[in-house]
Design a protein around this ligand. Sequence first.
Ligand SMILES: CC(C)(COP(=O)(O)OP(=O)(O)OC[C@H]1O[C@@H](n2cnc3c(N)ncnc32)[C@H](O)[C@@H]1OP(=O)(O)O)[C@@H](O)C(=O)NCCC(=O)NCCS
Length: 145
Amino acid sequence: MRLPDLPQVVALETAAQDFPWRERHFADSLHAGHRAWVLWRGARCLGFSLSMHAVDEAHLLNLAVAPAAQRQGLGAKLLRHALRDAAAAGMQRMYLETRVSNQSARTLYGAFGFQEIGLRKDYYPNDNGREDALVFCVRLDNWKE
Ligand SMILES: CC(C)(COP(=O)(O)OP(=O)(O)OC[C@H]1O[C@@H](n2cnc3c(N)ncnc32)[C@H](O)[C@@H]1OP(=O)(O)O)[C@@H](O)C(=O)NCCC(=O)NCCS
């Protein structure tokens, strides 16, 4: 992901998430040197992932697929790529948070071997105020390919 990609990335994020990151969040993440990948079909942005690598831990910060392109395996493709990228960079584990209500993400992460390791109370805003986050972790030994 590069700065010129952000208009398309932000449009996708806004369509996919109820409480989307704004352009400045993506720009800050790129400036911080986070690992950021966009999945293109021709000139169309269909998905993206952003991860932060810190010492030997990777943190998946954001992952989304365009609503019209969901359930076609693209989220799994993006996640697999982020896991391989982290393993290749020497990360030992990947962590992430997701909304308790985000069943599609929970199912996707479970299918990749992520284990639920904690709960952050009132971590996300939602329409009723705040919502808890589940914290997931996976070891990256299996992704050293
Ligand atoms: C979560 C998200 C990235 C999944 O992307 P996707 O491209 O639809 O996922 P895939 O097609 O690769 O699905 C992989 C697996 O995840 C699970 N899954 C994905 N969407 C699901 C849904 N709506 N319901 C149940 N399981 C789902 C399934 O196990 C699926 O495998 P299957 O299709 O063989 O059953 C996508 O729904 C999305 O962008 N959501 C909005 C943003 C978001 O919530 N991001 C995660 C923040 S933590």
